[in-house]
Design a protein around this ligand. Sequence first.
Ligand code: NAD
Length: 332
Amino acid sequence: MKLIMFGVDDKEVPYAKEWAEKTGNEVKIVEDQLSSANVDLVNGYDGISVLQTSKIDDPAIYAKLKQFGIKQLSTRTAGYDMFDLDLAKKNGLKITNVSIYSPRAIAEMGLTHAMYLLRKIGEFKQRMVNDADFRWSKDLVSDEIYNQTVAIVGLGHIGGATAQIYKALGARVIAVTRATSVVYAPYVDEFVDLETALKEADIITLHVPLTSSTENMFAAPQFKKMKNNALLINMARGKVVNTADLIDALKNHEIGGAGLDTLGDETTYFSKKVAPEDVPADFKELVKMPNVVVTPHVAFMTDTAVRNMVQVSLNNIVAIVEGKNVKNEVRF
Ligand code: NAD
């Protein structure tokens, strides 16, 4: 079978080649994202894989894919909001995603942020670098992880992996979630409501999807109810947290610190090098704070996750083209 991959990053290439050798299929690599300018490249191929956040909403692209005999669109991500589902349906294209590629990757990045903040590494760094101050200051004494109450908000695949890690470290794990999972329940000491979590947690770690019920879930009223030394970790989506309110809460010492893999307006810099003047103001303000750590939406970025994103996406294509049932087929 001949497959074509768009939007391919350097780090994905070895995994695509490894898969092609193992399965005997041919994979063409295209660095650019799929667009009306390059859709003709698909002619002569059996299946297509993409990875992009920008919308694929030009009807001509879907019509051409149909004309070339393409049966599917496969994204190497969990989210599939880049596709126009109506256009896909109209042109007989099935859609697959990679719904789980490595929950552990994101869980471990969340822990890394939390430990950095708990041990006040940012504060030490700032004092050493800015003031040549190497003193063992009383206000920088830390606590240890097994003395912490950690609230997991959203106990799905990633929240569950996070609960497992904190439980193994001896922390008290509480969870706020919609559906309590029997798989992850053994790692949770107590299921609580959000109000209890805000009051009791030393670390609150967010793993909910962005929906109308979770947008701005953490804003001024929630920060005011949190412990003054509590850490907020957001590995989910930027808009789950109201960033302006978070900045105020940090400035007013209502919470102890924040670890953020994602910010509300990250689309301006998502996986791009941007001009200094295009860096969002809230990002600039947050990274100056020693009790904040920001990473550019890279919690997923481990070898395991990248391999799974590439190879599961390619397996999905083969299965769809061969008319098999695919666990990752998006029903719409
Ligand atoms: P999942 O669907 O397995 O889990 C989500 C959980 O949230 C479910 O248990 C659900 O019951 C719960 N939930 C939903 N709405 C809720 C609410 N209002 N209150 C409490 N709980 C609620 O999803 P997942 O695979 O664990 O991923 C979670 C999120 O992580 C994704 O939606 C995505 O936004 C984010 N994510 C981030 C990265 C990254 O690199 N930073 C990578 C992948 C996913």
